[in-house]
Ligand binder design. Structure first.
Ligand code: FEO
Length: 401
């Protein structure tokens, strides 16, 4: 296998030894349209060290990449930055295969690895700020609790000014290129934003704190090596600046209109609301849920200042697709948004009230109680929808001042 799978040099003495998953499309509810990578890294210090592992089905691929540069049995230390199984799934197997002297994780990581794998093997806990000499090089550990699991941490390799950032600054993007500077900028921007919106958005206050505390460490970062997607070896301020911007969640003059429809009435209302928003000077994204995935809606919401939601009433409830998307968005805790609701109904019409309550629970500032239309909207009803769009645009313009 080592003749097939090769390690990729990140910088002198540091190699990428991960795996590319071209086919994965679901990542706990997130549509990974471009697949992903599980990045693991090998440091050829005096004590050879492996940073993270890969999802279990890719363990042989990782081992072969390691074997292309060293005898895997020469690995002395394994660092587990994060216990989620896309990074730890191969840990018990690789520990068995290479018999390292020591395995390290954060304090919470030790507990999480025990609860996942019930291994008969000591995992050594490292604390925030602790350093570890691996012969001629030094690792420093930075706890990043709840970014995005309690066990998450970064590992910094001082001699190379290289930050192994676990899930942070990553993206779900399968590619043959290993470095961000080899990839198309618009793809990087979109996939990084999608990843932040779907994974890190609810943790934005912690992201802001983390950026301050990493800034306060006084370390130089020349390379950021995340556990998913490409490695940042040029322009490392770009992912840092993006995270600062996304964590701030400042409202922008863009509205997302997300809806589903039974017989095109709610869709007609959505289009009329979109016309009103546009007339009011707001840029819009109309997202019918028959063709838009919840994780793409979350991506658009990241850069938006207004969320307008539409649903027909079915069996006294909002449509299942709308409930799915709102439940998902509620968990992501978008902030600083104005909003409105709308929908058609036949006889009971509960959906608009339900959606309004849900958006209020998300602290979205509602412009009113929403618009309900019985069966099919006529010209007057569509004019009301257009007017609703204009009022959302006005409210958003005010908020953006
Ligand atoms: Fe990529 Fe939280 O795992």
């Amino acid at each position: 296998m080592k003749e097939t799978y090769r390690a990729v040099e990140v910088c002198d003495r540091v190699y990428w030894v991960g795996a590319v998953d071209w086919g994965v499309r679901d990542f706990h509810g997130y549509l990974t349209s471009r697949g992903t990578t599980y990045n693991a890294f090998l440091i050829l210090a005096d004590k050879i060290t492996l940073i993270d592992t890969v999802k279990a089905p890719f363990k042989q691929e990782m081992l072969a990449r390691i074997a292309s540069v060293v005898n895997p049995r020469d690995i002395s230390c394994i660092i587990s930055n994060h216990a989620e199984m896309d990074h730890s799934g191969s840990l018990p197997w690789i520990v068995e295969a290479v018999q390292p002297e020591k395995v390290f994780a954060s304090v919470n990581g030790v507990k999480a690895i025990a609860d996942h794998f019930h291994m008969d093997r000591e995992i050594i806990a490292v604390k925030d700020g602790e350093t570890l000499r691996i012969g001629n090089m030094t690792l420093t550990f930075v706890e990043t609790k709840m970014l995005h699991w309690p066990d998450s941490m970064f590992t910094y390799l001082g001699e190379k000014e290289l930050l192994f950032s676990s899930d942070a600054f990553g993206m779900h993007l399968a590619s043959s290129e290993r470095f961000a500077d080899e990839l198309d900028d618009s793809v990087l921007e979109h996939e990084a934003a999608k990843y932040y919106a779907n994974i890190l958005l609810p943790l934005s206050p912690l992201v802001t704190e983390l950026l301050h505390s990493v800034g306060g460490l006084g370390i130089t970062i020349n390379t950021i090596a995340p556990d998913h997607g490409p490695i940042w070896r040029k322009d490392v301020n770009r992912p840092l600046d993006n995270y600062a911007k996304w964590a701030a969640q400042k409202p922008t003059n863009r509205a997302v209109v997300v809806y589903d429809t039974m017989w095109e009435s709610t869709a007609a209302m959505a289009r009329a609301i979109g016309e009103g928003l546009t007339a009011g000077g707001t840029s819009i994204r109309l997202m019918p849920l028959k063709s838009c995935h919840r994780s793409d809606v979350a991506t658009e919401v990241l850069d938006a200042g207004a969320l307008v939601v539409g649903s027909p009433t079915m069996n006294n409830n909002m449509f299942p697709t709308v409930a799915d998307t709102l439940t998902y968005l509620k968990g992501l805790k978008p902030k600083n948004m104005v909003g409105a609701t709308f929908g058609s109904y036949g006889w009971s019409g509960e959906a608009v009230k339900q959606m309004t309550e849900m958006l209020r629970a998300m602290k979205v500032e509602m412009v009113d109680e929403g618009i309900k239309v019985r069966y099919v909207p006529d010209g007057d009803a569509l004019a009301q929808c257009r007017s609703l769009g204009q009022r959302v645009a006005e409210s958003l313009a005010e908020k953006c001042k």
